[in-house]
Design a protein around this ligand. Structure first.
Ligand code: APR
Length: 323
């Protein structure tokens, strides 16, 4: 009854398809709008046979949307959307960092966010396209230029880092992952990712284990890139994480008052202008960027290493948008 329109931009991709599938199953979604430069009519027709209450459309930039009676193009895809999830772009190959994707993905994100500013300026934007540390600042600059920037409604999705940390810690503690919730702060690439294991109740790893778990969380994406051997980066776990994030945003929009999750947002917690930390969500997006509490000396050492790197990646995005 309280369902919202959710648009997925890049919906035919490795992340976009399983993400769209999960969102088709969500009771919080009334209309699922799949947009991509290719393939969305097929994705939408396929998903439309799943007997959940939501409707599905498959949108292309020009002619050929699905269903055929539906208006085509990005305007129709975005108009009325409450949440727009953006996994459009190119994925990593072995040996590439997320930053290597910058040149291609920066332009894609810029164009898509311009369209969001025009056709759904009130939507919450959830950016998945990497490098998130730079694409979120690009989105902010684009929205500012269009005069519709609302910092409460622009998030980079860092939920996969939380998922990975929870999985790895649960395995190390012999616990069910659903009973573990690690706070992960910073950015979404390599050493800019900082899991706060010192805050996990009952968890006291050896120095060696703590180091291994920290580095594994930071570079977990590389395990997948390597195993996929040239076929791309994390898609299924990223789709799950993007779905979890979107569900929580929708739950908060529908009135739940207990929604707290990590998100990469405009922040004054550190001298990095964007930073991921626990955030409270409400009907209009982020209602409070919460602090991340006490951190250990070990974590502080990582933080000191992280901030110059993160600030550089943020500035790179800002410069791109203003060039
Ligand atoms: N508008 C809409 N969709 C686009 C555009 C665009 N301008 N440009 C590319 N796409 C679509 C592609 O057509 C493709 O379907 O984005 C999709 C990307 O899918 P994949 O190539 O399979 O990549 P994926 O593994 O899903 O990763 C996408 O998310 O996590 C990040 O690092 C990852 O930046 C990468 C992105």
């Amino acid at each position: 009854v309280m369902g919202k329109k959710v648009a997925v931009l890049g919906a035919a991709g490795g992340i976009g398809q399983p993400l769209s599938l999960l969102l088709k199953l969500s009771p919080n979604v009334s209309e699922l709008s799949c947009y991509d430069i290719v393939g969305t009519p097929g994705v939408a027709a396929d998903l439309s046979h799943i007997p959940t209450a939501s409707s599905v459309t498959g949108n292309l930039p020009a002619a050929g949307s699905w269903p055929p009676s539906h208006n085509t193009g990005i305007e129709a895809a975005l108009t009325g959307a409450s949440v727009v999830v953006i996994p459009a772009g190119v994925p990593r190959k072995p040996g590439m960092t997320r930053d290597d994707l910058f040149n291609t993905n920066a332009g894609i994100v810029k164009g898509l966010v311009e369209a969001c500013a025009d056709f759904c300026p009130d939507a919450v934007l959830a950016i998945i396209s990497n490098p998130v540390n730079s694409t979120v600042p690009i989105a902010a600059e684009v929205l500012k230029k269009k005069g519709v920037y609302n910092p409460k409604k622009l998030c980079g999705v860092t939920t996969l880092d939380v998922c990975r940390a929870n999985t790895f810690v649960a395995a190390s503690m012999g616990k069910d992952p659903k009973d573990v919730n690690v706070t992960v702060i910073g950015g979404h690439a390599g050493i800019t990712i900082l899991p706060l294991f010192s805050q996990v109740p009952g968890f006291s790893p050896s120095d060696e284990d703590r180091e291994a778990l920290t580095v594994r969380t930071q570079f977990g994406g590389d395990e997948v890139v390597k195993a996929k051997a040239g076929a791309g980066s994390a898609t299924l776990s990223m789709a799950y994480a993007g779905y979890l994030f979107t569900e929580e945003v929708l739950r908060a929009m529908n009135g739940a008052d207990d929604v707290v999750q990590c998100a990469f947002v405009e922040s004054s917690l550190t001298d990095a202008p964007f930073f991921s930390s626990p955030c409270k969500f409400g009907p209009d997006g982020v209602t409070e960027v919460m602090g991340f509490g006490e951190i250990s000396a070990y974590e502080q050492k990582w933080m000191d290493q992280m901030l110059p790197d993160l600030k550089k990646q943020i500035q790179k995005g800002i410069d791109f948008a203003n060039q």
